[in-house]
Design a binder for this molecule. Structure first.
Ligand code: NAD
Ligand code: GDD
Length: 339
């Protein structure tokens, strides 16, 4: 009998958690959710699926996770926003072990399909020098000069997916995500990306009355940001398509980082002043997604507006911020009371 079992690797993380939720909504109940983090640190846990804590850098753990699965979604990686990837290149590159061993184990187990989460960080640096960037098309990854560390790992793992497909017949699918944001993801601690970080800073400004927002870089750098619902929809469409080569999965709504900050302040209903921090990690000057290929192949592309997505994201981050500070305040009050 054919298996319907699905493995979501990195299910305790941001995108993996939302993917499990969507698989359940679509009626898949034979799902194995795996992450290296203890369960109480997963962003979303669904008791209806099997949840396991395992280190997928290890081949034996990948073999156990892949037993009897028909589809593998690999969203596990040691990663974060610019603040993390610029300062943790070796850790980022070690994620190659996860992809290597998962591919090997999926092939051995006879899995039918394998999804790999690549990144816009594979694109060559010289194509991203201007804030007024020409959107990046799939061919712009070569000749290769990706983001140091993290981007090289992604580009290498893309190639490995290709060779497992060509040599072993494993149907691999690869999407190059452009900065993904939404609720239930990293919003503090150092790995957060700009949408969550800026939401947190604006929430803090609103709560404390200090209206100065620190913004990394000079604020003129540009990005496009994809809301999580578009990301999950795109993952499932690409996985079940016949698209064999890496493809962009991103929004093409370009905005400056100052523009993003002003948008979030507007959503929060406050006026802010921006303080630029030129010594902080900035990354490329401009990055946007060329969606010609995905539109042609799927008749679909991410379309949720930044304003709509950021409204939901800001509300969620603000709630996290207030809850964390309320907990800290009550702990401090308890300590003061005990003293
Ligand atoms: P995330 O950090 O929220 O989730 C990744 C999860 O992988 C984490 O929960 C982490 O604990 C887990 N993990 C790390 N090492 C592991 C190991 N050895 N074994 C098992 N689990 C392990 O990140 P995310 O935003 O959900 O990203 C998911 C994937 O998408 C990653 O491959 C990432 O590189 C890629 N991606 C994300 C973005 C983005 O903007 N979020 C952009 C481009 C690519
Ligand atoms: N993280 C962060 N935090 N970035 C900030 C902040 C802040 O408080 N303030 C301004 N920025 C600026 C950064 O300097 C950068 O220029 C821009 O916002 C975007 O930063 P990130 O969201 O951290 O990352 P990125 O877009 O450069 O790269 C991200 O997206 C890739 C895919 O497109 C990373 O998450 C990569 O890991 C990912 O692959």
């Amino acid at each position: 009998m054919q298996s319907n079992r699905i493995l979501v690797a990195g299910a305790g993380g941001f995108i993996g958690g939302h993917l499990v939720a969507e698989l359940l909504r679509r009626g898949h109940d034979d799902v194995l959710a795996v992450d290296v983090k203890p369960l109480d640190q997963w962003y979303q846990v669904f008791p209806q699926v099997e949840n396991e804590v395992a280190d997928l850098k290890e081949l034996y753990a990948c073999r156990a996770a892949c037993a009897g699965v028909s589809e593998v979604y690999n969203l596990a990686a040691d990663m974060g926003g610019m603040g993390f990837i610029e300062n943790n290149k070796a850790l980022c590159m070690l994620s190659v072990l996860i992809n290597t061993h998962l591919l090997q184990a999926a092939h051995e187990a006879g899995a039918e399909r394998f999804f790999y989460a690549s990144s816009a960080c594979v694109y060559a640096a010289d194509k991203q020098k201007n804030a007024d960037v020409t959107p990046l098309a799939e061919g712009d990854a070569y000749p290769a000069m990706p983001e140091d560390g993290y981007g090289w790992e992604k580009l290498f793992s893309e190639r490995m997916c290709r060779h497992f497909r060509e040599d072993f017949g494993l149907a691999t699918r690869v999407a190059r995500f452009h900065n993904v944001y939404g609720p239930e993801g990293t919003w503090d601690g150092g790995r957060e990306k700009a949408p969550a970080a800026i939401s947190r800073k604006v929430a803090a400004a609103k709560a404390t009355g200090d209206r100065e927002i620190p913004v990394w870089g000079d604020g003129t750098q540009t990005r496009s940001f994809m809301y999580i619902d578009d990301c999950v929809e795109g993952i499932l469409k690409i996985m079940h398509s016949d698209i064999e080569e890496p493809i962009n999965l991103g929004s093409d709504e370009l905005i400056t980082i100052d523009g993003l900050t002003e948008l979030v302040a507007d959503l929060a209903g406050i006026d802010v002043t921006l303080r630029h921090q030129l010594d902080k990690p900035r990354g490329v000057n401009g990055r946007n997604s060329d969606n010609t290929l995905i539109e042609r192949r799927l008749g679909w592309a991410p379309s949720i507006s930044l304003r709509e997505g950021m409204a939901k994201t800001y509300d969620w981050v603000e709630a996290q911020y207030l809850a964390k500070h309320a907990a800290a305040d009550s702990a401090a009050a308890e300590l003061a009371g005990a003293a």
